[in-house]
Design a protein around this ligand. Structure first.
Ligand SMILES: [Zn+2]
Length: 160
């Protein structure tokens, strides 16, 4: 199964790069905070980041790898543990695991991905389908509880 892991490869190609996650740990795509979504001057930079499941620290570079022995059940339990560690309801793990798995499957192995909010770009490697563009609505619907998705919509409406 393809998953995203933290990588230091290609770090430094963007001035906004950071790599606080543990090299090689599983990472996932989190909804950016409001300041990042609105690109406010005091944004924390999470809108460029992938969150480490174990370290709870982030990196701006995620690599797609294939772990044949990992299945959706094992991946879901890793996410559930991370959520519980962070004080979040582990019940969200199933939806997150499914969306993350679908997302990772869209990229060729060894592709290094960067993000800018909901735009994901291959810094090295490529998407399986060159036309692939992640759908924000689909992502939020599947991965996050309703109230958070609703907040994002509110923010978008306030943007000029
Ligand atoms: Zn942020």
């Amino acid at each position: 199964m393809k998953v995203l892991v933290a990588t230091s490869e290609t770090q430094g190609e963007r001035p906004t790069d950071y790599h606080w996650a543990t090299e090689g740990e599983l990472v996932w795509v989190q909804e950016p905070c409001r300041r990042d979504r609105l690109r406010m001057p005091n944004a924390c930079g999470c809108g460029w980041g992938f969150a480490g499941l174990a370290s709870h620290r982030a990196t701006t570079t995620a690599k797609v790898i294939d772990i044949p022995e990992l299945d959706l059940v094992g991946y879901e339990s890793a996410i559930a543990k991370s959520l519980a560690d962070g004080g979040w309801p582990p019940s969200a793990a199933r939806g997150i695991a499914q969306v993350q798995t679908e997302f990772a499957a869209e990229w060729e192995v060894n592709t290094v991905i960067e993000r800018d909010l909901w735009l994901f770009t291959a810094r090295r490697g490529r998407a399986v389908d060159e036309e692939y563009v992640v759908s924000v609505d689909e992502y939020l619907d599947a991965a996050f509880p309703r109230p958070i998705g609703a907040l994002l919509e509110d923010d978008n409406e306030r943007q000029p």
